[in-house]
Design a binder for this molecule. Sequence first.
Ligand SMILES: Nc1nc2c(c(=O)[nH]1)N[C@H]1C(S)=C(S)[C@@H](COP(=O)(O)OP(=O)(O)OC[C@H]3O[C@@H](n4cnc5c(=O)[nH]c(N)nc54)[C@H](O)[C@@H]3O)O[C@H]1N2
Ligand SMILES: Nc1nc2c(c(=O)[nH]1)N[C@H]1C(S)=C(S)[C@@H](COP(=O)(O)OP(=O)(O)OC[C@H]3O[C@@H](n4cnc5c(=O)[nH]c(N)nc54)[C@H](O)[C@@H]3O)O[C@H]1N2
Ligand SMILES: [Mo]
Length: 763
Amino acid sequence: MSDTKVPGVRDYTHPAGGWDALKAVAGALVDQATVIEGGKTLMRANQPEGFDCPGCAWPDPKHTSSFEFCENGAKAVAWEATTKRATPDIFLQHTVTELLTWSDHQIEDLGRLTEPMAYDPADDHYKVISWEDAFARTAAGLKALGDPNEAEFYASGRASNEAAFLYQLMARRFGTNNFPDCSNMCHEPTSVGLPDSIGIGKGSVTLEDFDHADLILCFGHNPGTNHPRMMATLREASRRGATILAFNPLKERSLEKFASPQDPVEMATLSSTPIASAYFQVSIGGDAAFVQGMMKAVLALDARDGGVLDRDFIAEHTTGFDEIVAHIDALDWADIEAGCGLPRARIEEAAAIYAKAKATILCYGMGLTQHRDSSGTVQQLVNLLLLKGNIGRPGAGICPLRGHSNVQGNRTVGIAEKPSAAMLDSIRDVFGFEPPREHGHTVVEAIAAMERGDAKWFMGLGGNFAVAAPDPVRTFAAMRKLDLAVHVATKPNRTHLLIGKDALLLPCLGRTEMDVRAGVRQSVTVEDSMSMVHASRGLNPPASEHLMSEPAIVCGVASAVFGQDPLVDWPALADDYDAVRDLIARVFPEGFEDYNDKVRVPGGFRLPVGPTDRVWKTASGRANFLVFDPKGGDPRQGDPDVMLLTTLRSHDQYNTTIYGMNDRYRGVFGRRDVVFANPDDMARAGLSEGDLVDLGAAFDDSGERVARGFTVVARDIPPGCLAAYYPETNVVISLDDHDLRSGTPAYKSAPVRLRKHQTLWRR
Ligand SMILES: Nc1nc2c(c(=O)[nH]1)N[C@H]1C(S)=C(S)[C@@H](COP(=O)(O)OP(=O)(O)OC[C@H]3O[C@@H](n4cnc5c(=O)[nH]c(N)nc54)[C@H](O)[C@@H]3O)O[C@H]1N2
Ligand SMILES: Nc1nc2c(c(=O)[nH]1)N[C@H]1C(S)=C(S)[C@@H](COP(=O)(O)OP(=O)(O)OC[C@H]3O[C@@H](n4cnc5c(=O)[nH]c(N)nc54)[C@H](O)[C@@H]3O)O[C@H]1N2
Ligand SMILES: [Mo]
């Protein structure tokens, strides 16, 4: 490793995985003092009888019983199974104001919450209360509202299907569809864009498809860090001779080469498997242009040689082919090149590989979904696949890489601010009340409602709402206007410390812990990225005897709100998750029939996904080619001084949870205050590596929205592009800058001005 001029920044030359990954697992276990118990706990992750890994939503190979190694899954488990405790005593030692001066890492590293607490404004401390009081105060806050739509029910995608179903039932029974949820900040362009294209907002592939693909396209995701179990799949594919192409402004190590910690030969010989055969460094936000360029080149190859397009599929299964061809024909190569930052020859190179491939899977992550016009971009990915009939046959399809381990399941069981009429009808028929029909708030809309004073009551089923959302200047202030915020959480975080009039902190069990209700060990269920639903049972003793499960907490609140509810027997549901699953099966008969039987089969079951079988539940009854019609406009507004900042996860973090200060694969150690920039851009701005810089939100006249004091590091990144870590840089993300159709913030293309660090910031 060679050192750069910047302390803590080096060239990392090793492959992803390998011995460094094993060392990191050991380190994580020691840090969280979970050495013996944690080690045992790890062995039970993603086992037929164990719990679902709280890390990512990548599926597990069926019928395996061997522990599939995953460094970041290990960190997620160690972080939850820690022996550190955030007891009420700790909260008596520190005021909320003092805790707010701590870093995100320090706050969460206090450990697991142990008892329910309420904020006491008299001396600025959180203090113990009973569960009964906690439920009563939560319910009193709800009942004091003038309108049910003054309540916001946030969900982060870690909750089980059972907890999420009960949560949406409680909120709708109360009278609102206000479900801002983490999906609004994540894969909402998938949920919004895909249904118009293929009739469902989910991926079409199964894990087995990866065994049959000869081409895998990876757009805007970083699997070595965020979906590490996917590395085993990509490595297999690469060894089998499949071609993998990576599209990413940054050269991510795991997409270049990977050494499997489970392969004795690679470990002993320090060798590795190359992953991507070719790397395309599109500029930030340039994917739609690149994909349209690929389509143009594919159409040209078909016109020249014939036999490239799947004409039978197009005729039988699609609409809009003529329109898309006309649209693509009319595109100018110069505009395409300018749009994606790569020359025509490179686009044609990718297109030629795609044209020859027999079965293609297209994977994508946040690099695609967190921009203006991301819903439309997702539809361009589908167009590319449809040209060659690459959906609904073995080895082919679209594969959005979901975020939280059960974010897809939360959506499936009803956490939706824009619910379908069919689902609401079903809820009405099963429970005998009329659920609200008016659409509710997304995350961005919820914050606006809080700012206006229209939303007064907030509940968070997990997550770190205010830190994950854009623009802390506005968002934190909005949180502080609330009458009551109720946080269900495993660990403390900054959102819990943003107090309005009143706040409650309710500690819950995590995935790794045994959940016993009415003397029976319960299991919950989750859905992965590939629509597989399976059971999860924790095995660790709870972090504290006072913890309650998320389903029980939701039922506790609901009982306090609705009293003796003639329509829903909340106390009974809290003690019997089979009964909750029976209700899910009645509300969602398609796919969940015999739910309780099917989850008892190891490996679980797959929910129906129409496109897998070429069933298209679109208005046309076919898959639709959809023309790209961007509405968001150029984030730079034509100003050459403005650059685009993309905000990323390091290798040592889980969203807003910062495990540690290293980002090993990118060669950053012991710090997170860096920004990666193109060397030519740095020279033009008169910057040298190691200089202290500020990133200012480009079109903000307040001068307040500046990420200050970052150290600039030269990287191979396209001109005009910058990259830095989230959430430290969320101050430059505007609440008003989002995909117009899905509301997902443009976290990956923030217009900023890069300046030498200064105390007073002006544009
Ligand atoms: N260990 C760990 N696992 C996680 C998470 C975690 O934080 N830690 N988070 C979970 C969640 S909620 C999610 S949503 C997923 C996130 O998983 P990813 O989608 O992999 O997340 P990001 O780190 O945001 O990185 C996205 C990638 O997109 C690239 N990128 C940035 N801008 C662009 C662009 O304009 N075009 C293209 N093509 N690429 C671009 C970045 O360089 C980066 O490699 O992971 C889940 N799993
Ligand atoms: N700039 C920028 N911002 C982003 C993103 C980005 O790429 N760039 N990514 C966005 C994305 S994709 C997402 S998904 C959001 C994430 O937004 P969130 O889902 O709101 O955030 P997390 O950081 O995952 O939440 C962490 C907290 O969850 C709680 N927790 C952990 N496990 C459990 C559990 O089992 N039960 C309960 N009740 N609580 C638990 C802990 O208290 C912990 O502090 O952030 C978004 N924000
Ligand atoms: Mo996410």
